[in-house]
Design a binder for this molecule. Structure first.
Ligand code: BTN
Length: 260
């Protein structure tokens, strides 16, 4: 297993963000980010732009009830901000996915697609995922979690997933793991910042890079467990998926596209 050199990662990112926390291993950078946001909220103190980075997690969190397998050889990141406008919050999944897409294409991978809402695929395999959490109290506190398989292809327990995992080094075997992690991380932070400055262009890019095209047959598993089948009709301004079913058009704000 190729591992990522923590000191080189730290040296590369220092200077790109005010507050940087780099750890060898942690339960979950997402959980740590949530703990920081709770504390900031309690103290009522401003939150400096912060990045929590780890090279392995013992309790990685995925979307919904999923776990995120986080062995050595992956990059596990949470970006935290305390000064976002409320209007940006619904756009965060799209802005984050665009930043992740640009971070991956920026290291030379072709064929990266965004599977609605914000999974990152190379071909039909999943290379990265995003997990977003916001707290709205006096200030909008937000954290964006980004997990990327750099040099590891995690084993997924249970039934084979419809998009089996892959990693960056599968696509770019001649690239060094640490070099790739440094570039992905720097690209991600820079692209996130520019996406927040110009959200409309980020959302346009998100639409353009979506995996599904109008007319594709899809099935979406929604929170109730129901499966909604139909034709993909595109996405709304808010990034919700439009699907035409036998019973008419439905708009879904969340769910997993599990068949196509
Ligand atoms: C998904 O596709 O289900 C979302 C995966 C998000 C994983 C990242 S890794 C960094 C951060 N820490 C976590 O525990 N989860 C997110």
């Amino acid at each position: 297993m190729k591992s990522i050199d923590l000191d080189r990662l730290k040296a590369t990112v220092e200077g790109a963000i005010e507050n940087l926390i780099v750890l060898d291993t942690i339960d979950s950078t997402h959980l740590m980010a949530r703990r920081i946001l709770e504390q900031v909220d309690e103290d009522g103190a401003p939150l400096r732009p912060t990045l929590v980075v780890a090279t392995s997690q013992t309790g990685g969190q995925g979307r919904g009830a999923n776990t995120w397998e986080s062995p050595t050889g992956g990059l596990y990141v949470n970006w935290l901000s305390g000064n976002l406008s409320t209007a940006l919050v619904p756009m965060l999944p799209m802005i984050a996915a665009t930043a992740a897409h640009a971070a991956l294409t920026g290291v030379g991978i072709d064929e990266v697609r965004i599977k609605w809402p914000n999974d990152l695929l190379i071909g039909d395999k999943k290379v990265a995922g995003l997990l977003i959490h916001c707290r709205h109290t006096e200030q909008v506190l937000a954290t964006i979690g980004f997990g990327v398989n750099i040099a590891c292809t995690p084993r997924i327990a249970g039934a084979p997933p419809i998009h089996p995992p892959t990693c960056i080094l599968d696509a770019l075997p001649d690239v060094e793991a640490t070099e790739s992690a440094c570039r992905v991380l720097m690209n991600f932070v820079a692209q996130l910042e520019s996406g927040l400055e110009d959200p409309q262009s980020s959302v346009r890019s998100w639409r353009k890079n979506l995996l599904h095209r109008e007319g594709d047959t899809i099935a979406v598993r929604v929170a109730s467990g129901d499966l909604i089948r139909g034709l993909f009709e595109g996405v709304t301004e808010e990034g919700h998926v439009r699907i035409s079913t036998e019973d008419g058009e439905r708009t879904l704000s969340s769910g997993d596209i599990i068949e196509d």
